[in-house]
Ligand binder design. Structure first.
Ligand code: HEC
Ligand code: HEC
Length: 470
């Protein structure tokens, strides 16, 4: 007995020390010297709008475990956040800013960092600038709401959890948490849920997708309609080559700077809280951020060369960086894809977007209403699956062979299908780990974009090979 006791004490001290270290790691600050670290874990000033005080945020996956979706991983991973091994006590796409409740917020990496695996069981690669296919933003909001509505968020229950999660909290901090912070946080989450009531009359966004512009209608006090604005997350590569192009899926803005800042405001920053210095670092870096190449060993060079000729003939005018029509808009009548996202960006919203930042040097001026979708560059195309603005076509093979476009499939499973060029979307594993996507739901239509589909099969296969090289 007596001999064991010191060991128990030592063990307790060790566990305590590990806990302290773990809790300190997630409050490591708003900015980082290395730009990739900063992009993944730094702050853009969005804690104010969507942040959660770190002492509460830390314990939510434990006290509200029952509200996490049944997806792989532990804690926030179950919502699609990427937890990297070392260094940071919080996942990619989260930021920390001290003061005003010490909040954990979101940043660009929440939506613009993705993962892939070679095969089931293979190591996961984390790719910066890639669409966050696995990330369920709406799921995160719904998790917070469910938790705030539950008894786990009663002050006494939450204080007990906070004591476990932050054993080193000082007396004064405890008092502030008990008297103010827990209640204010709960109220903040519930207020946000009321603002997001429009979620409930639209199909679920699911992982890898968000509704871009309906939140702005709320923000700018425009009337809410019932249109679905849900889009697939895009990539963030090569912004320098995108300067002057009319982009966003509907081509509503031709300035990289405005697209960057409107994204930060979409993520919860306000014109006042926006961290302009941090944004500038990220924007400068994204100018020349390049996508990783498709493994060359998996490309048939001869066939790809034949495909390059097909591409030049059938696709380049709209999609090559030097194409005559790149960065312009193809009308909805011609492209024929789902029109909900287009309609969700209304003429009134275009006018209102150009009032954001009024009185500041960066005020938006370049938003406009269009009548179609943008002809965007296709760099890093292989990692941009699923395809089209609503992510309704799982792989490039299905885009070129429309009879193979599935009506339902699974998204957010990150094992790559090297033949079909996209993520595995209909295996038993994909069904277990992924989330079902139904093209019959509003905004999810997979029709349209018939370019190249009438070509003879050998030419389409050559084209598919070439598309791997983009
Ligand atoms: C909540 C998810 C989310 C966050 C966070 C986010 N983005 Fe995005 N981003 C999107 C979506 C969705 C689009 C496509 C919008 C559309 O056209 O409907 C987009 C589009 C863009 C585009 C234009 C892409 C193109 O070529 O059309 C840029 C540039 C961009 N984001 C940069 C950023 C930067 C910089 C940050 C951080 C300050 C950021 N984003 C944070 C979701 C996000
Ligand atoms: C007339 C212009 C035009 C031509 C020609 C054209 N496209 Fe497109 N493409 C578009 C538009 C517009 C979109 C966006 C449609 C949407 O998302 O609803 C698009 C989207 C795509 C996407 C989805 C990109 C993503 O990130 O999800 C791929 C892939 C694509 N096109 C490949 C091709 C290929 C391959 C060809 C040649 C066979 C081709 N396109 C020819 C206009 C064109």
């Amino acid at each position: 007995m007596r001999v064991r006791q010191p060991i128990a004490v030592l063990a307790a001290l060790l566990v305590g020390a590990v806990c302290l270290r773990a809790s300190a790691a997630d409050t490591d600050g708003p900015s980082f010297p290395g730009i990739v670290d900063h992009f993944k874990y730094g702050s853009i000033g969005a804690e104010e709008g969507t942040g959660v005080p770190v002492r509460i945020w830390r314990v939510l996956p434990e006290v509200c475990a029952g509200f996490l979706p049944a997806r792989p991983g532990v804690g926030y991973e179950r919502l699609g956040f990427i937890q990297e091994g070392a260094g940071h006590g919080r996942p990619v796409g989260t930021s920390f800013r001290p003061g005003r409740g010490d909040r954990v917020g979101l940043n660009c990496a929440t939506c613009h960092v993705g993962t892939l695996r070679d095969a089931p069981g293979a190591a996961r690669q984390v790719v910066v600038g890639m669409p966050a296919n696995q990330m369920d933003l709406q799921g995160y909001a719904r998790f917070l709401t469910a938790c705030a509505r539950s008894p786990a968020f009663e002050t006494s229950a939450m204080m007990a959890a906070i004591r476990r999660g932050t054993p080193d909290g000082g007396v004064f901090t405890r008092l502030v948490d008990r008297l103010f912070l827990v209640r204010a946080t709960r109220k903040g989450i519930l207020d946000r849920a009321r603002e997001n009531a429009w979620f409930d009359v639209r199909p679920p966004q699911g992982p890898g997708r968000v509704d871009t512009f309906n939140p702005y209608k709320r923000l700018l006090a425009l009337p809410m309609d019932d249109v679905v604005g849900t889009v697939d997350l895009p990539s963030l590569w090569n912004q320098r080559r995108r300067q002057g192009l009319w982009l966003h899926w509907d081509g509503n803005n031709d300035r990289v700077e405005e697209r960057n800042k409107s994204a930060a405001i979409g993520a919860g920053a306000t014109p006042k809280s926006l961290d302009l210095a941090s944004m500038q670092r990220i924007a400068d870096w994204a100018l020349d951020l390049a996508p990783p190449a498709y493994p060359t060993a998996r490309i048939d060079a001869g066939r790809a060369a034949a495909g390059a000729r097909v591409y030049a003939e059938a696709c380049a005018r709209c999609h090559a960086f030097d194409g005559a029509q790149v960065g312009q808009v193809t009308t909805i009548a011609e492209v024929g894809s789902d029109r909900e996202r287009l309609d969700s960006f209304t003429p009134a919203l275009a006018v209102a977007m150009n009032t954001i930042g009024r009185g500041r040097p960066w005020q938006f001026t370049r938003f406009r209403k269009t009548d179609g979708y943008a002809n965007m560059p296709l760099d890093g195309l292989w990692l941009r699956a699923p395809y089209l603005h609503n992510g309704s076509v799982p792989d490039l093979r299905a885009l070129l062979f429309p009879e193979e476009r599935p009506t339902t499939f699974y998204r957010a499973y990150d094992v790559y299908d090297w033949d079909r060029v996209g993520f595995v979307s209909n295996s038993a594993d994909a069904a277990r780990d992924g989330v079902r996507f139904d093209t019959a739901l509003r905004g999810n239509g997979n029709a349209g974009h018939r370019y190249g589909t009438d070509l003879p099969a050998p030419e389409k296969l050559a084209l598919l090979e070439y598309l791997k090289t983009l």
